[in-house]
Write a protein that binds this ligand. Structure first.
Ligand code: DGI
Ligand code: FE
Ligand code: FE
Length: 186
């Protein structure tokens, strides 16, 4: 598998300073969560570092992957980087679970692995996320409730803005809502 320092250089070269600094804050948050949930810190660090690797690819680079996108990803730029990033990560010899943590970091999905949840939630709760940063304690104490709260916030924000909703975003929200017995609104 790729070394952290090599991936660090690669990601740094592919992202703006602003986006790279976000990535480093996600790495920090993901390390915090990995300690609580006993997930291999090196694995978590690599996934957090790579999670937005495809965020700033130009249209020509993105177009190489268009045949692999579904009909919602095709029309929505903010969804493409997760799927395309996960394809790029195959080159780093990432495990299936690591690849999935990149693939589903934007939408989430039903029944996520602990690694997938850590990357999704570290991204949403990094220290400069205006609302998300308030959920750090919840992530540490009840990660599934945090999944419900964060996916609910995302869904509301997207609906308010009239965005197209990916089926995985809905599946994620419903899965954690049912898992918790619909407790969010009780
Ligand atoms: O890449 P980041 O900005 O760090 O964060 P992200 O990958 O979690 O999310 C990128 C954007 O994708 C964010 O503005 C929310 C949006 N998003 C998440 N789920 C959906 C979505 N956009 C649409 N249209 N549909 C979704 O289901
Ligand atoms: Fe992202
Ligand atoms: Fe991100």
């Amino acid at each position: 598998m790729i070394e952290y320092d090599d991936l660090y250089k690669l990601v740094k070269n592919n992202l703006s300073t602003k986006r790279f600094n976000h990535t480093l804050r996600v790495v920090e948050r993901a390390i915090e969560y990995s300690k609580i949930y006993n997930v291999d810190e090196n694995v978590v660090k690599l996934c957090a570092l790579a999670h937005d690797i495809a965020k700033e690819l130009n249209d020509v680079e993105l177009s190489k992957y268009y045949n692999l996108l579904d009909e919602i990803e095709i029309v929505n730029a903010s969804l493409q980087h997760a799927k395309i990033g996960s394809i790029i990560c195959k080159e780093f010899d990432f495990s299936e679970d690591m690849i999935n943590s990149i693939k589903y970091h934007t939408t989430g999905r039903e029944n996520m692995s602990i690694l997938e949840k850590i990357i999704y939630l570290a991204d949403a709760t990094e220290s400069e996320r205006e609302i998300g940063k308030n959920y750090v304690e919840l992530v540490k104490t009840n990660i599934d409730k945090a999944m419900l709260e964060i996916s609910s916030l995302t869904l509301k924000k997207l609906l308010d803005k009239g965005k197209v909703i990916h089926v995985n975003t809905i599946k994620c929200y419903n899965y954690y809502n049912i898992l918790l017995g619909g407790e969010l609104y009780q």
